[in-house]
Design a protein. Sequence first.
Length: 705
Amino acid sequence: MRGQYEMLLAAAERAFEHLFADVSARVLVRTGGAWHEVPSLEHGPEEARLALPAELSQQEQGSEIRHFDGAAFVPIVAGAVAVWVRGQVQLVRPDARLHVLRQFLSMAVQMCERQRLAAQNLDEVQVLQRVATRILKSHDLGEILLLITQEAKRLLSADICGVLLLEGDSLVMKRCAGNRSPQTAELRMRPGQGLAGLVLAGREPASVEDYLHSETISRDFFHLAKAEMVRSALAAPLTGHAAVIGVLEVWRRRPSVFTSMDTMRLVALANLTSIAIENAELLSQQRRVNEELARANTALSERYDMERSVSSLSHDLMQLLLEGNGLPALVRAVSDFLGEQVAVAPDDGIVVTSRGGGTIDDELAATLSRLSQTCGTSSTPALAASPWRAQPVLVEGERVAWAVAKVGGRGDSLTDLALVQLGALAALHRLEQRAASRARAETLDALVWDLLRADEASRSAAIDRAGELKLDLAGNLRVILLELGPPAPGTAERSSTAIRQLITGEIASLQRLVVRCVAMRGSMFALLAEDLSLDDTERKVQRLTMRLAEALGGRTVVAGASSNCTSARLLAVAHDEAVIALDVARQMGRSGAVVYDRAGVVGMLLSLRHDVGLRRFLELNLGKLLAEDSKQRETLLQTLRVFFDSNCSHELASHHLGVHRKTVAHRLARISELTGLDLSTHDDRLVADLSLYVYQLMLSRPSAD
């Protein structure tokens, strides 16, 4: 009646030994599909365990007494409790005394079982109450899971208990109690693996009586079961609102059978665990929402204060700009606002800085050096680990400078916003300067093109205006025409201002090539350059076209240069010569340059098409020959004509002229000396031959220019 199960079994052993002389008795219970002895209070744990016959495992539901060699098996509760008797077992017969003893012992066992179940039910209620109370009072999920594993282990008489939660497509052990191997606390399994994986896949509780010999679970974790000496296990799913979120599992290190009542208890604990997990998640979400709202409120307040400060700075900077103050005043205002050093560093100018006496210290110099190596227009591209911030100053999509500032007490964000304001107003300031420069450039462009292409009256007026614009037209000049082809596929179109600056920069990098001005019209640029020797002119103009083509990303650049122009009033003629040389350069189909003096036969033909003066053509090709006295000139020209008519044969020419062969050779050498033509080459012979025809044409048309 007191539910003292162990004392009852000890009393049963004594009763058997008292009833039958010269025998010893041990109580057996059936668990895990086999009979096992119960530790005896009378004999103590030091006594050797019984060696039960193998065929005894088949004895389940029968109530008959079975005799073995020197022992007897006496069922008390069929399939559950029995007594193993050794000694004078022939005395153990089914008589009235044994019948009464078996009946009273069976009743007592059943009464103890009822008492045990009642105590377990009360314990279960108390466990669920404790767990529920802890869930309501505590917000620490780790603490709740620890309590659940401990209570489940005690309530189900288990040795190990663990909570596994679903992460992605795997179950991961989150809390474990009673384990011996550290691998158990780090257990991870997929659906279908082990008992927990089986429960996850089936969404129903499941158990095994003999873990290592079960055919219902996979063998993935048998090595861990051996390490933990696990014999039986029971698992129940943790179910959320719509899906299984984990598994609660217990293990025993002894053979046992988990009853339906054990399953109900574990399911009840699993349901409480699911509630605790979902409550913890909801609480965590609420805490995160509250924290995010607090951060958002703080950020909005800071942003409002920042915007108000930047708005005030923007107003002050705009006022300075409207009052006509320059870039130094803008930089100084931003520096005062931030309380740190600020600078504007143009890509091609002098750095404007403030604070520290307006000097550039080593730290700022290193920052500007890093920025100078940066391409593109992104903010702070090379200053990730630097206390400096940078903002590109963009004019017409082109970066012209960097606005930089050192981060101080105002912080990164306010420094960036202040630099954006400074960059925008610096761009406006530069745009204003560029507009003024563009207006002057447009005026100068119009003036130069009037000098090159206008009628006589307009050219005279342009020469007069050149003095007002301080354009020097004195001395010997050459007209150079540059023509740019279309941009290469995939490259961006540059602004006209950017291309003009590029040409100016490349000219400045070429030694000895002095250009008085650069005028633009569409894709054509006209340069008024000081005269150099023919070889130097050809070399410098060729170099200029190659460098421009490379700088423009492979864009075709061709150039044509005129011959020496000795007067500003002859610039129109020089322009026509440059056009002819440009036409010859175009025939190459690639970037390159041609000087009119060396345009050759093609130049002569194009001279006719462009209506350039034939006299000028003769001057360039026949040179000093035309300046000889008339008698000497006619003799040399006649010799040259007969020489060509004789298929360049000295013998035939001397025969037709009636002079010695050496005389012909002497005259031809004199012609080469005066003209600079090598009459031993085909090209120069052709030029000389065509020049003779032009000369004859000039004689027949004395009024032609």
